[in-house]
Ligand binder design. Structure first.
Ligand SMILES: [Zn+2]
Length: 73
């Protein structure tokens, strides 16, 4: 089982998944895994945990010192 994420329902789900090959204009032949969402039936792609891959968007991580908020009592 793998984790997938439906952009339509905005939820994660576990599924077997299937390998899909495609040609990227940038990277050439690629493959990734897709699965159908159990709710809406749309093809969803593999879920990737948001891990420090977007340094510009730090809004998910409340950090003290960036605006002074969470540690002030
Ligand atoms: Zn869905």
């Amino acid at each position: 089982m793998m984790k997938f994420y439906c952009n339509t329902c905005r939820k994660e789900f576990d599924a077997q998944g299937r390998k899909e090959e495609f040609i990227s204009p940038v990277y050439g032949p690629c493959s990734h895994y897709v699965a159908d969402c159990p709710d809406c039936g749309r093809e969803s792609s593999e879920y990737r945990a948001p891990k420090a891959s977007r340094p510009e968007q730090a809004q998910e991580v409340p950090s003290c010192g960036m605006g002074g908020c969470c540690c002030g009592m």
